[in-house]
Design a protein around this ligand. Sequence first.
Ligand SMILES: Cc1cc2nc3c(=O)[nH]c(=O)nc-3n(C[C@H](O)[C@H](O)[C@H](O)COP(=O)(O)OP(=O)(O)OC[C@H]3O[C@@H](n4cnc5c(N)ncnc54)[C@H](O)[C@@H]3O)c2cc1C
Length: 504
Amino acid sequence: MNAIKRAVKDIIIVGGGTSGWMTAATLSQQFKNSTVNITLIESSAMGTIGVGEATIPTLRRFYTKLGFSDIEVLKATNATCKLGIKFKGWSGDESSFIHPFGLFGQEVNSVAFHHYFTKLRQSGDTSPFADYSLGVKLAQNNKFVPPKITPKNQLEIFDWALHFDAGLFAQLMRDYSISNGVKLVDCKVEQANLNKITGDIESLQLENGLTLSADLFIDCSGFSALLIEKTLKTGYEDWSQYLVCDTAVAIQSELIGDPVPYTISHAQKAGWQWQIPLQNRMGNGIVFSHEFVSKDEAIDSMLKNIAGKLLNEPRSFSFTPGRRKKSWNKNCIAVGLASGFLEPLESTSIALVETAIEKISSFLAEAEFSQEDADKFNYAMAQEYERVRDFIILHYKLNGRTDSPMWQHCRDLAIPQTLTDKIAAFKSKGDIIRYPWEIFGKDSWLAIFDGLDFKADAYDKSIDKFSIELLSNELKKMRNGIKTNAENTQTHSDFLKQYCGFKE
Ligand SMILES: Cc1cc2nc3c(=O)[nH]c(=O)nc-3n(C[C@H](O)[C@H](O)[C@H](O)COP(=O)(O)OP(=O)(O)OC[C@H]3O[C@@H](n4cnc5c(N)ncnc54)[C@H](O)[C@@H]3O)c2cc1C
């Protein structure tokens, strides 16, 4: 019964933000020479959320599939390159570390590098874990070069993403979709009409009096979740028992100096501040818990850290961390903010949009879908959201700040069992548990553990056959190789000047 296939001839996407146009772009490529019609309804009067500027490397694979090159997208969106995130102050005001998109060290005899590092550290070596990552070294020195296509060894492996103007990126996706035949309707959706027997969405009534029907509706209407929640009442899994931040304020400022090739996440009294450099300006914002700091105080503390002239008024957002109980309900699939939200600490929202689109595209390969597809989709999306949630909670759980009750509260909070197990396995054995559907791999977890000064007590004993002296020499060679490699790389600004027409 579950596997009964329903043909899809007409798809309506509601919402013209980043998620709506990214969905339209992929589906328009897929159905370009077919009989499937795609319509996107957006309301220019209502506008989009207008934030979401830091990404992770999966974004590059997303637009590459559509045929865009990195340089095209960098130029079109005033983007800069992102090698990772610099976390300032998460273990106390003077602390700082970088979570890179890349590896740490070289695995030997199938034993992960961090076991060698732990053994050497336990013998008294004080070399920082960060010195074994080319991604970190490039970022620390404001250098940038795209990674080699065929690296010589793991020491050369890193990845990168973009800091971009989300509005310009949506525009790029929009032009692409329209050139592929997507029909755009600029009008507010007033309400959805349901089939009285099946409960499916049959049609949408627009403010201009039109009624549009489709077989499949994709809800990209942002926080309003017009179809998935207001219409279908799908329900929301609230995760505020784990993540206390519930408010964000964003503001743009002039760029002062060269743009750095990393996002900054700077811990504050009751939250954290982001700084995202674009070629033409800086994106700033603060995420905080209104239970622990007033909005005025949070904004004041953010403004103190902004060097450039402010370019607009602060914009506030309230949110509930969590996810829709089902992202696919009946003939409606929610993508983007309509499907859930986790604070942008690891720049994951757009990545979750990409993974949703990838799955939708594969389920619709034959222009049909079944309840079984919806169930599989819901399972996978739930897993992905939960794994990202755990990774974000990790930052709060291991924080070392003492300047306000919020930070102690976050250390004391109960955490999901999946995360408890992961932390315990690392502490006791140096193991990193891998769950299915995780966006962040082993080295990302290692970066946060090390950055927040959380050390493994043990290492893989099979490496005891190597003497400390041998390990010390080999690891020194790794550090030196990475250092030289980073020193010989051009600056991030020079890269942008050379390939993207960046002017200081
Ligand atoms: C403070 C903050 C910071 C963020 N930072 C990052 C980040 O650094 N990295 C990252 O990956 N993500 C980030 N995000 C998330 C990111 O902004 C979103 O995931 C992304 O922009 C996608 O949004 P969306 O398209 O789902 O929704 P929106 O941009 O809100 O678009 C919704 C669309 O639906 C339309 N619409 C709504 N109702 C109707 C209606 N009735 N009729 C017709 N049209 C309608 C709107 O007009 C709009 O076009 C951040 C979010 C916030 C709140």
